[in-house]
Design a binder for this molecule. Structure first.
Ligand SMILES: [Ca+2]
Length: 76
């Protein structure tokens, strides 16, 4: 078990912060989050990643078929 711990710690030290170095290829408007051995690109809430790795706005009107949640209804 100790060997596994040391191994992980070794990788932690070797990890490159792609987000800080700007070597990531996250699209515009995507949030870069550093991970050990890589990084992830996250879209803002209400957006999903399409096949071209772009964030696209989720059309809640189509998705929820005209149903408005109570929280959203207060806004109108
Ligand atoms: Ca990294």
């Amino acid at each position: 078990m100790k060997l596994l711990k040391d191994f992980f710690f070794f990788f932690l030290l070797l990890d490159i912060d792609e987000c800080a170095r700007s070597t990531h290829d996250c699209g515009q408007g995507q949030l870069c989050i550093n991970r050990v051995g890589g990084y992830i690109c996250q879209c803002p809430s209400g957006h999903v990643v399409n096949e071209r790795k772009e964030c696209v706005d989720v059309d809640e009107c189509t998705k929820f078929a005209g149903q408005v949640s109570e929280d959203l209804a207060l806004l109108y």
